[in-house]
Write a protein that binds this ligand. Structure first.
Ligand code: NAP
Length: 255
């Protein structure tokens, strides 16, 4: 039986670990050929690629630091060469997942961190989406899925102001672009996770993590695979009528 994403090329940014790795593995399990992007962890990216191949899927890793314009351009250029050029420059699914958090009081933060943070969390999302849309519009089909955050809807906690600013930008960009592309067959949506157990926010990280668990109605952190299943849902051909949505996956925190 054919898989729902068979013959589709997917690019998942920041997929050497955490939520991105789970998304890459899930999309590959649904039949997509997946470009696994990383910045600092080639060995981890190769581990994700091996896991996908061992399960019968298709994947390859591309190193590119998306906090720089050069790195973002490098990743864009790699799409033409993906899987030996067999997709001919096509791209079907883009998941903008790579992101980072600057913790600490805003007034004590270094001003020279602004560009790096915005380049990764916002600029790379915009540049990759524009390139993806150029590829997707002629084929009248595409899925752009941005990983936002519940911090992109409310400033729930103190000390992550820059992160909140970047994730609000991701949500705004998602809605704006969905309007422009709606009639082309390309959908643009976001998934906004609550607390997910990854290296970015470990569930066993002491009293703060325990307090966070109590804020969710299900009483626990989410698993990266639970974000991956929301992304896989939006990537399906059957999800064509969902556009401009910020899908919350937070164990009921925002309720
Ligand atoms: P994570 O465990 O820290 O993993 C981050 C991933 O992004 C890694 O694969 C890392 O690759 C990659 N990355 C980091 N800097 C990069 C750069 N400059 N260029 C390219 N790739 C880069 O994070 P996560 O928890 O999985 O979070 C993934 C996304 O979900 C982020 O956008 C985050 O804001 C969002 N999110 C997470 C949570 C949560 O609770 N975990 C909640 C809401 C939203 P390398 O190691 O190779 O650099």
């Amino acid at each position: 039986m054919s898989k729902p994403l068979e013959n589709k090329l997917a690019l998942v940014t920041g997929s050497s670990r955490g939520i991105g790795a789970a998304i890459a593995i899930r999309l590959a399990a649904e039949g997509a050929s997946v470009i696994v992007n990383y910045a600092a962890s080639p060995a981890r990216a190769e581990k994700v690629v091996k896991e996908i191949r061992d399960a019968g899927g298709k994947a390859e890793a591309v190193g590119a630091d998306l906090s720089t314009i050069e790195g973002t351009n490098k990743l864009i250029a790699s799409i033409d060469q993906a899987f030996g050029g067999s997709f001919g420059g096509r791209l079907d699914i883009l998941v903008n997942n790579a992101g980072s958090v600057v913790f600490g009081p805003f007034m004590e933060g270094a001003e020279d961190s602004y560009d790096k943070h915005f380049n990764l969390n916002v600029r790379s999302v915009i540049a990759l989406s524009k390139d993806a849309a150029r590829r997707m519009i002629p084929q009248k089909w595409g899925r752009i899925i941005n990983i936002g955050s519940i911090h992109g809807e409310h400033a729930h906690v103190s000390g992550v102001t820059m992160y909140v600013a970047t994730k609000f930008a991701v949500h705004g960009f998602t809605r704006g672009l969905s309007r422009e592309l709606g009639a082309t067959g390309v959908t643009v949506n976001a998934v906004q996770p609550g607390f997910i157990d990854t290296e970015l926010s470990p569930a066993d990280d002491g009293s703060v993590a325990e307090a966070m668990k109590k804020l969710t109605s299900v009483g626990r952190f989410g698993r990266a695979e639970e974000i991956a299943s929301a992304v896989a849902f939006l990537a399906q051909p059957e999800s064509a009528f969902i556009n401009g949505e910020n899908l919350t996956v937070d164990g009921g925190w925002n309720a």
